[in-house]
Design a protein around this ligand. Structure first.
Ligand code: PAF
Length: 281
């Protein structure tokens, strides 16, 4: 039986806890509503370090007001899952503790943000970078674990960490999928049975685009293959898809070390995003 993890509320207490540690600290930042994807990150952090810490913080700066209000919150359930996966402490501050009156700093990555503008999500990633920078300064981990599920987030954080010489190793962790290919996400719990049955088409469409590229089709043809695969499922509506170089967000070129096929898709009323990485021949 695993011990109950310490629940730490204030940045100061978290800093003291980390400073008193002997050995390495692995950190998994989360918004809560933990699922199998998080569990695999926590297990890895606890395997590779002496202790693992999980943060549970619904960051208002990366949500619309409605999204923030609706985001599921259940710290007791999250703490139980995190402990079972090997976490020794949960950092769960309030928004007031993270953003006291007067807070205003933010980080801009001009080229990556410019490439992101097509998705109109710059404000969201700005909020992500603000909170990740703060969390890393407070928790002071040796290693931090992020899933490949949000490739834009990961690339921005990696760039920020390199640009500011942050003394932390970033571990990329594979997306956890169901047997039918659907990527694990907190949003899956919101799907109706019909939407859940339709949702694996996103992964099938990404794989179909990759296959088309490997067969020598152009990125434009591969995108049409992706669109056709999605169009075969009436509940699925493509919002946005791209085949990019994941380190620049610019269109992937032949021979590039890595390419990324990304799709944001509405399944009924719910928006899901997924991606796969591969080498372009
Ligand atoms: O990916 C997430 O869960 C969040 O964006 C993160 C990194 C915890 C920042 O709030």
């Amino acid at each position: 039986m695993k011990r109950k993890p310490a629940i730490i509320r204030s940045p100061e207490a978290m800093g003291r806890w980390s400073a008193g540690l002997k050995g390495t600290l692995g950190f998994v930042p989360t918004l809560g509503a933990l699922h199998e994807g998080h569990v695999s990150l926590i297990k890895r952090a606890s395997r590779e370090n002496d202790v693992a810490v999980v943060s549970v913080f619904v960051n208002p700066l990366q949500f619309t007001p409605e999204g923030f209000r609706k985001y599921p919150r259940n710290l007791a359930a999250d703490a139980k899952l995190a402990a079972a996966a090997g976490a020794s402490a949960i950092f769960a501050p309030s928004a007031e503790q993270m953003y006291p009156a007067g807070f205003q700093s933010h980080i801009v990555l001009p080229r990556l943000f410019a490439a992101l503008k097509r998705q109109n999500l710059e404000w969201h990633y700005r909020g992500v970078l603000q909170v990740v920078m703060k969390l890393l300064q407070i928790v002071l981990p040796d290693r931090v674990y992020f899933g490949l599920k949000d490739p834009h987030q990961l690339a921005l954080i990696e760039r920020m960490a390199a640009d500011f010489n942050l003394p932390v190793v970033i571990r990329r962790c594979s997306t956890v999928r169901g047997r039918d290919g659907l990527a694990r996400s907190s949003r899956n719990a919101l799907l109706t049975p019909g939407e859940r049955a339709a949702a694996p088409v996103i992964y099938r469409a990404l794989c179909a685009a990759k296959k088309a590229l490997h067969e020598g089709k152009t990125p434009a043809r591969a995108m049409r293959v992706l669109e056709k695969t999605l169009a075969a499922v009436p509940l699925a509506r493509l919002e946005y898809a791209e085949i990019i170089d994941p380190s620049t967000f610019l269109p992937a070129r032949r021979g590039a070390r890595e390419a990324l096929a990304y799709a944001a898709v509405w399944i009924g009323e719910k928006r899901l995003a997924d991606n796969i990485r591969f080498r372009l021949k």
